[in-house]
Design a protein around this ligand. Structure first.
Ligand SMILES: [Zn+2]
Length: 257
C-alpha cells in the first residue's frame, strides 16, 4: 500500500478497528476515520455493559464513540483532527443516503482523500448489516464521482457458534486484494485495542485475526445486484426491498453525475 491519504469508513464505532486496526497503525500518518452512525439501537435503560452503567441512549452513544476514539489514539491517530462521526441513527442509514454521500464527499474534498476503505458491496450469497451495505454503496458513489480508489473490507463468514470463521471475497467478483500479516507485536497490539471496547466485549472473541485484507473490484453503485441475502429481519432493520428502494430513489432524485 502506498502512503496516499486514506479515509477508513465504518458504519458503526467498532467496524474500522475490527477491519483495519493494524493497517491504520502502520499508516497512521495518512489515515482519516469516519464512523457513520451513532452505533446504538433503541434500548431499555439503565443498561449494564462491560461493568459500566449507561443511563440513557446519549450516554451509550458517547461511550461507544469514546471507546473508538481511544483505540484510534493508541494507533497513532490525531483524533481531534482525523476522526469524524456522521451521527446517523443506528439502523437508519437506508433513510439517509443523500446525507451519507454528502458527509463522505465533504471529507474527501477537505482532506484531499486519495483512497477510501469501506464495507463490502451488497450482493452475493452472504448477508451484511444494512448500515454496512448502504455505507458501501454511498462510498462507491463518492469514489466514482471523484475518481478515487475504493477498497473493501471482506465479508465475515461465521461458524455455528457465531464466531468469525473466515473473511471472504467472492471468486466471481474478480477482486484484487492486498493483505497485511501481523507481526507478534501487532497481534498483541490488536488484542490490547480490542479490549478498549468494553461495551462491545464480544468483539475480541468474535473477530480474532492475524491479518487484514482489503479488496478492490469493479462496482457500479447505480446497479445493486439482486440478492436475498441482506442482513435484516429484526424489527428495527429494513428489509432488502427497502434498501434497494432507498438506493434507487436516491439515484433518481439525488444523484448528480
Ligand atoms: Zn457495524
Amino acid at each position: 500500500m502506498d502512503n496516499r491519504r486514506t479515509l477508513y469508513i465504518g458504519a458503526h464505532a467498532d467496524d474500522v478497528v475490527i477491519n483495519a486496526c493494524i493497517t491504520i497503525n502502520r499508516y497512521s500518518k495518512s489515515a482519516y476515520i469516519l464512523t457513520m452512525t451513532d452505533g446504538v439501537p433503541f434500548g431499555i435503560y439503565p443498561k449494564e455493559l462491560g461493568g459500566i452503567t449507561l443511563d440513557n441512549h446519549d450516554e451509550y452513544v458517547r461511550q461507544r464513540l469514546n471507546e473508538d476514539k481511544s483505540a484510534m489514539q493508541i494507533l497513532g491517530l490525531n483524533v481531534g483532527e482525523r476522526y469524524t462521526n456522521g451521527e446517523i441513527p443506528d439502523g437508519e442509514s437506508y433513510k439517509n443516503p443523500e446525507k451519507i454521500v454528502s458527509i463522505i464527499e465533504a471529507l474527501v474534498k477537505r482532506e484531499k482523500i486519495g483512497r477510501i476503505m469501506t464495507h463490502s458491496f451488497p450482493g452475493g450469497r452472504h448477508p451484511a448489516h444494512p448500515d454496512h451495505e448502504i455505507v458501501s454503496v454511498c462510498s462507491y458513489i463518492v469514489g466514482k464521482q471523484y475518481g478515487i480508489e475504493v477498497w473493501e473490507y471482506p465479508r465475515f463468514k461465521s461458524d455455528v457458534t457465531g464466531k468469525q470463521a473466515d473473511r471472504i471475497f467472492f471468486e466471481e467478483e474478480k477482486i484484487e486484494t492486498v493483505r497485511h500479516d501481523f507481526t507478534s507485536e501487532e497481534i498483541s497490539l490488536r488484542d490490547k485495542i480490542m479490549r478498549i471496547f468494553i461495551t462491545q466485549g464480544f468483539i475480541i472473541e468474535k473477530y480474532n485475526a492475524t491479518f487484514e485484507v482489503f479488496g478492490r473490484g469493479e462496482r457500479d453503485p447505480g446497479n445493486i445486484p439482486d440478492t436475498t441475502d441482506f442482513y435484516c429481519g429484526a424489527d428495527y432493520r429494513p428489509g432488502p426491498q427497502e434498501l434497494k428502494k432507498a438506493i434507487n430513489d436516491f439515484f433518481i432524485t439525488g444523484y448528480r453525475n
